[in-house]
Design a protein around this ligand. Sequence first.
Ligand SMILES: [Fe+2]
Length: 345
Amino acid sequence: MPLESITQPKKILIVDDEEPVRRTLIRLLGKIQTECRIASNAGEARRILREEAFHLILCDILMPGESGLELAGYIRSEYPETALIMVTGVDDPDVVEKALELGAYGYIVKPFKVSEVIINISSVLRRQRLEAENRIYQKNLEKMVADRTLKLHSALNGVIQAIGRTVESRDSYTAGHQRRSAELARSIARKLGLAEDRVEGIHMAGMIHDLGKLSVPAEILSKPAQLTGIEFDLIKAHPKVGYNILKEIDFPWPLAIVILQHHERINGSGYPNGLRGEETLLEARILAVADVVEAMASHRPYRPAVGIQKALEEISNNKGLLYDPEAVMACLKLFYEDQFRFSNE
Ligand SMILES: [Fe+2]
């Protein structure tokens, strides 16, 4: 039974092998609002504890059979919300220290004074109540933080999707490209065994990786012919433009850098910075593979779809040259072994 559900009066268990001591304690406790049960040894105490919850246990140390200190250890581990005071004839600092180490809240030496017992018990019960209130507060706080985190996360997801749709609304031919690349990049990342949080970051980056195309005139994006050098240079600026838009935002993932690097290639032939191999983030190398495969598999203004077969040949032929070898292997396995297919909605 949870302790918080016990109403007044406070429930106290007295564990002592001496009948006169038990009687005296019951008489003293009658002066404060309590409800007492008694146990004459540790075994009986354990049995009663299995049946009922208590606010406080007053426990002797020297008893026949299991000692009060052993019982104290058991109470601490099994009933952490129950307060414990040792009531004993053993006036030895080492034993006191041991009892406090085991989690006793107080230590009363027999023969005890009435006021000493009442003060000890009252202050322990107050401390115990405050701790219970604290636990409830902590639990509520944790739930509030978890709820708020979930909401923020879902809002972030929504904002990313909205940005993705904005980019694609100007360029009907590549509509869906970011979402499908993001799905493939996420599957590659999972196949490589990355942590789920990192996988999610890759998916987010994929959803908006062509954000910088907002700066490219729509006529160029959907031009149904080969692009001129100047037009191509404008398109090639999109990773940097996307990076500049996002770089000041403190996302939980390196989205701006992944977007900056998604056209870099392993041999340094990519853009904008001609980075090589592991100079780019693994996230960007994964996204590069997913981006190329999706782009080749889909229709473009200046050419019909090349097809998934050719796309897989392209990454396979250039594995380790243009594309990260492990990301390529994971991608090939997804298509050939796991029957990965792009969704069309
Ligand atoms: Fe791109």
